[in-house]
Write a protein of this length. Structure first.
Length: 294
């Protein structure tokens, strides 16, 4: 199978960037990793090597494939090293001006045919594209964490996005076995819009002291059938990621009360009690296991 994009640049090699790089390498693309922070791209490559090694140890990947995936990953010293890419995906900080600056810099580096994609979860793809000379080449390409396990990927068309760009991303997504869903550019797209009420309503129930976090989680998980309760989910995503998304969607819908963020998450974020990754959120964690409601 020939990959729809032969050389894929990943800018920002944190949690999301490295997961996206894994998928792109598995689709058969050559990968170029770039991160502003020194050593971050190398750390991402090491983490990918470890991931593939674990899959080999579990018998889920053969050693020859593991080697070929690893050989596809190159590290970029500067952004200019992305000049050969026919797709560049950014997974950097969630700030409009920073993303706009990156893409307009990239336009001076890559050919006019290169597709540009943003993994933003809450910003307007149209607004990011407004800084570009050729906004038709930019689409939203929204993955979920952890990328290899979360099989849905939203492909988002901004007002000026060329539909052919979305179609190429849809086909590419299928090449690594994920499920593409095309969404129009609206705040939260599909998943973070339709799923918003799950967290905000649970926070209201807790805020009104109808039940505690653990009870709400248990009922929604065991009785209604969700995989994770809303507080377990917020702990997994982490409030430093999800609370700003809540704020952004609320603002973009002109303060629509249904999307109002909660003071509960605002306070917890201010106190650094953000979730599983710091060992403490709505629950406390030891070695990745939930212990007691905090
Ligand atoms: P992260 O903090 O783990 O990684 C971000 C990386 O980008 C860091 O290594 C940082 O050094 C690098 N970076 C920052 N500014 C840069 C720049 N101007 N040029 C090059 N590299 C730069 O963040 P994470 O979780 O990987 O998220 C990245 C993006 O993906 C954000 O826009 C976020 O909204 C979006 N996203 C995150 C999800 C999540 O659950 N973490 C889910 C879906 C989207």
């Amino acid at each position: 199978m020939t990959a729809i994009f032969s050389v894929v640049g990943i800018v920002g090699t944190g949690a999301m960037g490295r997961g996206i790089a894994q998928m792109a390498a598995q689709a058969g693309s050559q990968i170029v990793l770039f991160d502003l922070q020194s050593g971050a791209a190398q750390a991402a490559r090491d983490a990918l090597a470890e991931t593939w090694q674990k899959l080999v140890a579990k018998g889920k990947l053969d050693a020859a494939k593991q080697q070929s995936y690893l050989e596809r990953i190159r590290l970029a010293e500067t952004l200019s090293d992305l000049g050969q890419c026919d797709l560049v995906i950014e997974a950097i900080v969630e700030k409009l001006e920073v993303k706009q600056r990156l893409f307009s810099e990239l336009e001076g580096i890559v050919p006019a045919t290169t597709v540009l994609a943003t993994n933003t979860s809450s910003l307007s793809v149209t607004a990011i594209g407004a800084a570009l000379q050729h906004p038709q080449r930019l689409a939203g390409y929204h993955f979920f964490n952890p990328v290899p396990l979360m099989r849905v990927v939203e492909v988002i068309a901004g007002i000026k996005t060329d539909p052919a760009v979305c179609q190429r991303l849809v086909g590419y997504t299928r090449q690594y076995g994920h499920t593409p869903v095309v969404a129009q550019d609206t705040p939260g797209f599909i998943v973070n819009h339709a799923g918003r009420g799950y967290g905000t309503e649970a926070l209201r129930v807790a805020g009104e002291r109808v039940a505690d976090f653990a009870t709400i989680d248990r009922i929604l998980r065991d009785q209604i059938g969700f995989k994770l309760g809303p507080f377990e989910l917020m702990d997994l995503t982490a409030l430093d990621v999800s609370h700003p998304v809540m704020e952004s969607i609320y603002r973009q819908y002109y303060d629509e009360p249904r999307y109002r963020p909660s003071v509960i998450t605002a306070q917890r974020l201010a106190g650094g009690v953000v979730g599983r990754k710091v060992g403490e959120g709505f629950y406390t964690y030891e070695q990745g296991q939930a212990q007691v409601p905090a």
